[in-house]
Design a protein around this ligand. Sequence first.
Ligand SMILES: Cc1cc2nc3c(=O)[nH]c(=O)nc-3n(C[C@H](O)[C@H](O)[C@H](O)COP(=O)(O)O)c2cc1C
Length: 193
Amino acid sequence: MNDQIFEAVVTTVSAEGASHVAPMGVRYQAGQVVLMPFKPSTTLANILATGHAVLNIVVDGRVFAGCVTGRRAWPTLPAETIPGVRLAAALSHVELRLAEQVDDPQRPVLRMQRVHEVVHAVFPGLNRAQAAVVEGAVLVSRLHMLSAQKVDAEMAYLQIAIDKTAGAGEHEAWGWLREAVAAHRAKAAEVPR
Ligand SMILES: Cc1cc2nc3c(=O)[nH]c(=O)nc-3n(C[C@H](O)[C@H](O)[C@H](O)COP(=O)(O)O)c2cc1C
């Protein structure tokens, strides 16, 4: 059986202080938060440079869809106990310190110790459109590896949850994802000169 994975957003800062926002699947193991960034990764480079990251629990699908469609400038606030930032939109955040790194040519494993945790807002419950936006963001982040037929079939199924349960934020996020699929198709159809 696979490990249970939770989709969250990791914020990091570079050694020079530039902040970075990236959706990441995380595992919770033995009280730690386990990250597995694919190389190359700004998140990985920043964590190795600073030893810290922040895990943001987010239900605003625009952050997930935005990050995979070139919209990464999400408002942040300073972390409370480590050098770093957390997302202003986070329902809760966990400040993390790198405890152990297992290197790998493709996908290193970063075991992060929880340093400080804060709850900012109540989880309002499961929303199917938010889940659909996260699924759509995963599809868009893998457009180069997936057939057009598979992407179309999955987007058509996810559209049902968007039509039935989305709020304004999910509609906006879904629009960005559809635009990204269309742009990818248009680029693929360009005739090389
Ligand atoms: C829901 C979701 C989960 C993701 N999980 C991972 C992950 O576990 N590891 C990873 O390297 N990229 C993951 N990605 C893709 C990254 O967010 C994206 O490639 C990002 O740019 C990471 O590279 P960076 O650290 O250079 O920003 C995920 C994307 C989405 C939408």
